[in-house]
Design a binder for this molecule. Sequence first.
Ligand code: UD1
Length: 347
Amino acid sequence: MAEKILVTGGAGYIGSHCVLELLEAGYVPVVIDNFHNAIRGSDALPESLRRVEQIVHRPVLFQELDITDGAALQELFRKHQFSAVLHLAGLKAVGESVQKPLEYYRVNLTGTIRLLETMQAHGVKNIVFSSSATVYGDPKYLPLDENHPVGGCTNPYGKSKFFIEEMIRDLCKAERDWNAVLLRYFNPIGAHESGMIGEDPQGIPNNLMPYVAQVAVGRREFLSVFGNDYKTDDGTGVRDYIHVVDLAKGHVAALKKLKENCGCKIYNLGTGTGYSVLQMVQAMEKASGREIKYKVTARREGDVASCYADPALAERELGWKAAFGLDKMCEDLWRWQLQNPTGFSKN
Ligand code: UD1
């Protein structure tokens, strides 16, 4: 019988791509989401998952549910026998987290505690957690491997990722029948190559590539490049951009790792290559055939000069490696943007 996997936050950008890969790999994903970062479709499903159904020609099991609602979680675990959980739900806007720290800690920490308690109560002790390279803070050396010190980030969003990692590590130490894979994402971009699902930020995008794509499509006039006086080749920030489909496949590899009774494992999901803001603008101009106007402005508080992964451990232990390069990431992002100039909503 196919294994049922609970996917929290499965209607979002990364979540919907994970759901698609799970279906392709023969799992039965059960998605919960509270529509914080997802648009409602024509029926009970989020629009992102309605599109996943169209791509894979199979139904997606979905329930509207907030992870801070412990009673609803209990009910859900009574209804389904899960073999593992992909935990992606949480608040994720760095700037907003500085303004609303309690909100971020309430949702991300309380939500995760409720989830872990419910899992424990129902004997489901396998989890893949969506962490972030932000836990490394300002890199002391590059590329970043998993042994680099953590906890150095300065905003509540990043700290919440670090605290959750620590909680899960402590739980695995205390109870040997727990298995966890903590995935430290670098910078996910791009979209499924169908162009039917992709990133759909609400309001003004905080992250670079959704913003660049909106400039290319004519929704925004120009990009603000946050500083060109960093110690990098062209002075702009360098990041490790990874295709979201590669990232999603990393979750399937992590699920397989749990089967080995691995205890608590931590992996970077990145490509190992860093690109500057201006290199990204250039790559997107190539993919779109459009000029992308930009102006250099002040640095953004909290940004580091360079951040890229050593992804060797994931290749060694998960048998996973990013397959797609920069051109493919930009081509797929552009297809999604062009086919959906206003994202999942109709206007
Ligand atoms: C950001 C978050 C990080 C989070 C990650 C994924 C901050 C400080 N960090 O990472 O915690 O895990 O997103 O959601 O927000 N840039 C511009 N102009 C823009 C936007 C970005 O020049 O309009 C530059 C940034 O200075 C940076 C690069 O582009 O050098 C990438 O920025 P972004 O996409 O926001 O990702 P991170 O800052 O790496």
